[in-house]
Write a protein that binds this ligand. Structure first.
Ligand code: P6P
Length: 331
């Protein structure tokens, strides 16, 4: 079978875009580059912290040791700035969006929203973590300063979305609206290779991912659903299997490959859920629908939600279509 690298794939697929001038190609390639740099730092984080913790707060190059999520944020911002295609960046790590005052060109056509390193608290215990990104065309005129409205677009306007999972292997999984494809990094070469073409949610899965410790104060319907999935019924593949890593990208990726549902419900502590609409729920929703799944806030399609704030939170029900529909039936 011919082996395709991510770079070749991006170029081959740029023709999916009418009038593609290669700028989305360059944007996706800059994300690829930053993910390789972040991957390298993550893989030595434990080692670096162990050794460098004794040598004071410096890393091997003598630079100030940064928290990895700040490091990842800086790397993705730097890579995106270099491409001149991006006029605005919204990041989980930055209270406000980045625009022309932060060195981004007003001539850029694209908006990028990202969680540069989700689940970073898991690094210290060597659990998989991830980067999540979402790409839009700007709606303000090219050449003008980027505006908040450029970022507050519904998920249906996304032109690309994806994640990088830094796990037992490092993978990039993304869509531009023509299906979902997964690429695995060969660290000995430094290239991502197409390893999971045309990913689809299997309908044979029965994994459910939720923090059961949070469900004491969640809506009654969800408690009833959680009782239903624990009953024994072969025809509906029950009881389901509980798998919850506490790292969104890792839980999502496993459920995409094996079939399952991830739920972060409204709780007393997080009445609107914990996860962020713009750079967690929407990109995963785009991937999910492209992979034949369903992604809602429990009542409506995530991608139909009109955002009102950069960091707004939403409840999240995401995964295999039939499983999500069943869960929604209990709410
Ligand atoms: P809880 C990590 O902090 C995160 O944002 C997601 O990666 C993860 O799925 C979720 O929060 C875990 O939250 O409340 O179960 O610890």
């Amino acid at each position: 079978m011919r082996v395709t690298t991510l770079s070749e794939f991006i170029v081959e697929r740029q023709n999916d875009f009418p009038f593609a001038s290669g700028d989305l190609t360059r944007l996706l390639s800059s994300i690829q580059l930053a993910s390789k740099i972040v991957n390298r730092e993550i893989n030595r984080a434990g080692l670096a912290q162990e050794i460098l913790g004794k040598a004071g707060n410096e890393n091997i190059q003598g630079e100030e040791q940064m928290k990895l999520d700040v490091y990842a944020n800086n790397q993705f911002i730097h890579a995106l700035k270099n491409q001149e295609e991006v006029c605005g960046i919204g990041s989980e790590e930055n209270d406000d969006y980045l625009g022309q005052n932060d060195g981004l060109p007003s001539t850029g056509k694209y908006i990028v929203l990202m969680d540069p390193l989700d689940g970073s608290s898991n690094i210290d215990v060597n659990v998989s973590i991830g980067t999540i990104f979402s790409i839009y065309h700007r709606i303000s005129p090219i050449g003008s300063p980027v505006t908040l409205e450029d970022f507050l677009q519904p998920g249906t306007h996304q032109i690309a979305a994806g994640y990088v999972i830094y796990g037992s292997s490092t993978m990039m999984v993304y869509t531009t609206g023509k299906g979902v494809n997964g690429f695995t990094l060969d660290p000995s070469i430094g290239s991502f290779f197409l390893s999971h073409p045309n990913l689809r949610f299997p309908s044979s899965g029965n994994i459910y991912s939720i923090n059961e410790g949070n469900t004491g104060d969640c809506p009654e319907g969800i408690k009833n659903y959680l009782s239903w999935i624990k009953e024994t019924d072969k025809d509906t593949r029950r009881p389901y299997s509980a798998r919850y890593i506490g790292s969104l990208v890792a839980d999502y990726h496993r459920n995409l490959l094996k079939g399952g549902i991830y739920i972060y419900p409204p709780t007393l502590k997080a009445p609107k859920g914990k996860l962020r609409l713009l750079y967690e729920a929407n990109p995963l929703a785009f991937l999910t629908e492209q992979a034949g799944g369903l992604c809602t806030d429990g009542t409506q399609r995530i991608m139909d939600i009109q955002p009102t704030e950069l960091h707004q939170r939403v409840p999240l029900f995401v995964g295999e279509k039939g499983m999500v529909e069943k869960a929604m039936g209990f709410i």
